[in-house]
Ligand binder design. Structure first.
Ligand code: NAP
Length: 271
């Protein structure tokens, strides 16, 4: 990083994968701007980075589902003279269950955070990044982008959207020196929900589960090399490749049987 005013901006940086990405960038002496909901965890992450890496770090608590959030973040960067040459759109959430058991409002929030916020942030920051040249955008998608999960249909859809959208946008912007990477993790042990989900799927899930710091290390390394699609973990890489060889209908039948554990009936019968 040439300038002391150059920063990587990470959304969802208070917890999980985003927090570990912020730490990994700091370890590589890259300044960071941390975005998440206003919370003690966000301040704790900022404090941890400030005390351990000697890089510049700042944070802003903002709800990314607010339609004006990207403008607020951009104005905050301008006011403080922060040049964002790495943008990591990572904040997101998912929920599993029979389609109609999850309230419509929850699905709309998911689309606001997992899709609309990614677009709004890129729309705001991209013109400056094109002017700067040599910049990176990494969008956190999921292994589920290419391997759709029954009982998580809307989440899977949001991740598939990010995958296709990033592939297309990358071709538009790469000649200006902006490289887009798509991060496609498999299951990562980040929060209580994830832990329960992995436990409910038994031994097969444990084979592909990763810790957030491992994902962050692979993600940052490959993003800085300009890799387009990042599949962390050897096992996940193989699952993604092999799944493309299985006929779609058969693959989806198998997936439905595995992920039926998300439904209330299965939870009640303990299957
Ligand atoms: N964990 C997995 O197994 C897995 C697998 C594949 C892909 N992913 C994707 O990886 C990304 C990170 O997942 P994670 O498991 O690390 O999540 P996480 O531990 O739940 O952390 C989510 C982060 O997003 C922030 N956030 C949530 N709602 C927000 C909002 N409305 N406005 C601003 N920030 C908000 C959270 O801040 P607060 O705590 O303050 O809410 C937190 O910093 C997501 O896009 C997820 O879909 C996860």
């Amino acid at each position: 990083m040439d300038s002391k005013n150059d920063f990587a901006l990470i959304t969802g940086a208070s917890l999980g994968i985003g927090k570990e990405i912020a730490k990994e960038l700091s370890r590589l002496q890259i300044n960071t701007l941390l975005i998440a909901l206003d919370s003690p965890e966000l301040k704790d992450t900022e404090k941890f980075i400030a005390e351990n890496y000697g890089t510049r770090v700042d944070s802003l608590g903002v709800d990314l589902t607010d339609p004006n959030s990207a403008n607020r973040i951009y104005d905050w960067c301008k006011k403080n003279n922060y040049n964002v040459n790495i943008l990591i759109n990572n904040a997101g959430f998912g929920e599993g269950g029979a389609f109609e058991d999850i309230p419509l409002e929850r699905y709309c929030q998911m689309i606001d955070l997992n899709n609309k916020a990614y677009i709004a942030m890129t729309h705001r920051f991209l013109p400056d990044m094109k002017r700067l040249g040599k910049s990176h955008i990494m969008n956190t998608s999921s292994m589920e982008a290419t391997l759709p999960l029954p009982y998580k249909a809307v989440y899977t859809g949001t991740k598939n959207f990010i995958y296709a959208y990033s592939l297309a946008l990358n071709e538009e912007v790469r000649r200006f020196g902006v490289k887009i990477s798509i991060l496609c993790p498999g299951p990562v042990l980040t929060n209580e929900g994830g832990l329960k989900r992995i436990q409910s799927q038994g031994a097969k899930a444990k084979l592909i589960v990763m810790m957030p710091d491992e994902v962050a290390r692979v993600a940052v390394k490959h993003m800085l090399k300009g890799m387009l699609i990042i599949n962390p973990g050897k096992m996940n890489w193989w699952v993604t490749k092999v799944s493309k060889l299985i006929p779609t209908r058969l693959k989806m039948r198998i997936m439905e049987r595995i992920f039926r554990v998300y439904t209330k009936e299965e939870k009640n019968t303990g299957h």
